[in-house]
Design a protein. Sequence first.
Length: 312
Amino acid sequence: MLRGLYKLTGVVLGSLVLQSCNNFSNSALGSQTIDSIFNKDKHTLASRPVLHDKWDSLRKNLIVFKVDSLNPVDIKIQRKRLKDSLRREFDKKPKHIYLTFDDGPLVGSKAIDSIARVKNVKVNAFVVGRHATMGKTRQRDLNRYVENPLVAVYNHSYTHGFNRLTSFYANSDNAFEDFKKNEEQVQLSAKIARLPGRNIWIYDKERKIDIPSAAPTADKLFADGYKVFGWDVEWRLDGYTGNPNIPLETVFHRIVNFMNNKSSREPNNVVFLMHDNMFQTKKGQKLLGDLIDSLKKMDYKFEFMEDYPIKY
């Protein structure tokens, strides 16, 4: 399951063994060019995270095992019991989904804005300011986002590195200034960012870097007050045909599995990545609407990234 959980399990089980030897009982303890999706590499899905310290109270207060020194339990069975108990406790809490769209405003942004209104769900737009200068239509698309209370608008850089990301991140000072220009030009109020083509997370005490060359840029943003977010699950559609790389049912079950297995970056919080230009066609737009309907049936809460992660 989670590396942190295994580490926790080892500590708990060691304690349990010691206690059983002494006959004690005790309680034991979660741009038009798409930046990332053309890179068919291991970064398509985020790696499994550790279970963070903020869940310690849940582990300590809600999960109880009685130690029977006369009938000791196999360590593997005890570990499974711990994991299953954690999952059951998490499942009692609300589950949160973050729909995120990168690279707007582009063809497809207007449809995303409309779907958010019709379905009455919160969505997150990581925008590239330069795209708004490419005609009045794109500027109107950006304005729709800004004026829609169901759309949170965040920083995805001003130029998107002109899609030359290796050279973009090679000069972290210039890359940082590119984000600052986007903040100023788009008049962004929330200091939330996603790096083009990089699945990097830096927020609170968390830090996860997928490609080290972009780390200096991310660190500069964090020092400036930004929270930098990546994603847990990604979906790709061909913008011109609306054909998905994987079926709707598959990506839906992938989200559910991340939620149920607590294998997202934060338990009960799943960040889902898409791109604006994927939804140029009626077919693509229908798929997005159908996905939202399916998630609603799971009683997931649609959230803004500035509230990530939801804590209890």
